[in-house]
Ligand binder design. Structure first.
Ligand code: MG
Length: 413
């Protein structure tokens, strides 16, 4: 199924400003409006840099291209102190293929807008990232109040102020007769919705209609730069007829506009109309690669933790009691998780054979960092045992032998 588009655009400085800080992009398959802000020429630079970066990076996917546009404006402002603080809005639309069907993908940052005129009704697709836009969505302001609010020009999200930016994305299933309107606030602040609807319905030529909307904004005062981009869906491969036929005889609105917010990129690039359409297949591979890296990192952490636990559980030695005999164990007293200590070797010594001062150390399962140190401790136990328990029937005498005395044969298991 193919989609054919026709488009037109108009822009004007307006009647109050001396410079037009808006920029627009009108190419086959890729459309955008940017409304720059900043002192001197900074706003003009911001919107131009953003539009150029969007065009250059359109192959990366629409949202990514907008993020790269943000980065381009940000870096330009960092490089040039005279441009510091500049920023720009950006709303963009492109034709892509999703699940084998052509779709219009829309991205937005700031308070420029994308609308669709469908079945004679104008629907705003994007959310304004502005103070009044947020208050309106929270129910603290009505649309009428928002339109005349003194702080209506405060934008809460723009390109160029931070190294990264969140980009809103929307999908629109296109039907023949749909008319997409991308515009800066110089239009909708000046011209009422019903007047815009009248122009969009009555003027079939996109360039004529765009020019007419700019003229109306100027006649209403032209307090800001005005930019209008119109995109008409002129062929949808018979989809609109099919939809109408299936609904014939009913009064149901045939093709309701759905504002579908999607974070993921489309799975396949569009056929035809532009060589700058998002190559989303690449984005998908990108994701898979990232997922693989994530899984690898996770495995490394798990392996590291398991290795660390094993190391902790198995590196030490301690001397305790096993089967009533003094025993050298490898591991930690009581074990660590499922890693129980193991018997290295069991001596012939009984707890009762040991001098009282040593019994406590064995009962407490005294730990050693090396096997050699634990063995030296056991050797001392043997020596002290022989020296303290030299017993003669009838008499009990204690002879303290020098520590260099040879081990007794009885202490060998
Ligand atoms: Mg503006």
């Amino acid at each position: 199924m193919t989609i054919s588009l026709r488009w037109g655009a108009a822009t004007d400085t307006g009647r109050v400003r001396s410079v037009n800080e808006d920029s627009a992009l009108v190419e086959d398959g890729l459309f955008a409006v940017a409304d720059g802000m900043g002192g001197h020429v900074a706003g003009e630079v911001a919107s131009r840099v953003a539009i150029d970066a969007l065009r250059t990076n359109a192959g990366q996917g629409l949202a990514e291209a907008v993020r790269l546009a943000n980065r381009a404006v940000f870096e330009r402002a960092v490089d040039d102190p005279s441009l510091r603080g500049m920023g720009t809005t950006m709303c963009a639309a492109t034709l892509v293929e999703q699940d084998g069907r052509p779709q219009l993908l829309i991205a937005n940052v700031g308070d420029s807008r994308v609308y669709v005129l469908r079945d004679g009704e104008l629907v705003q697709l994007t959310d304004d990232h502005s103070l009044v836009g947020e208050m309106e969505r929270d129910g603290r302001l009505t649309a009428e109040e928002a339109k005349v609010h003194p702080q209506r020009n405060i934008v809460t999200r723009v390109l160029g102020n931070e190294p990264d930016v969140e980009v809103d994305q929307f999908w629109l299933d296109p039907f023949r007769g749909d008319r997409l309107l991308l515009c800066s606030d110089g239009l909708f602040d000046m011209v009422d919705d019903d007047v815009m609807v009248h122009v969009l319905r009555s003027e079939p030529d996109a360039n004529e209609a765009a020019a007419e909307l700019v003229t109306l904004a100027n006649e209403a005062g032209g307090r800001d730069n005005i930019t209008v981009v119109l995109v008409d869906v002129v062929d949808d491969g018979g989809k609109a007829e099919a939809a109408s036929a299936s609904l014939a005889g009913t009064t149901t609105k045939s093709r309701p506009v759905e504002r579908v917010v999607r974070d993921d990129e489309p799975a396949e690039p569009a056929p035809a109309p532009s060589n700058r359409r998002p190559r989303a297949g690449r984005a998908t591979r990108h994701l898979t690669w990232r997922s693989a890296l994530f899984v690898l990192a996770l495995l490394a952490i798990v392996a590291g933790a398991a290795g660390g636990t094993w190391w902790f559980a198995r590196t030490g030695y301690f001397v305790g009691i096993d089967r009533h005999r003094v025993t050298l164990f490898q591991g930690r007293p009581g074990g660590v998780l499922f890693l129980d200590p193991t018997v290295e070797h069991r001596t012939g010594l009984r707890l009762g054979d040991l001098p009282p001062a040593r019994r406590a150390a064995v009962e407490d399962q005294h730990e050693f960092t090396t096997k050699a140190a634990a063995e030296r401790f056991i050797d001392r136990l043997r020596q002290e045992t022989t020296t303290t328990t030299t017993t003669t029937p009838g008499t009990t005498s204690t002879t303290v032998l020098p520590p260099t005395s040879a081990p007794t044969p009885s202490s060998t298991p």
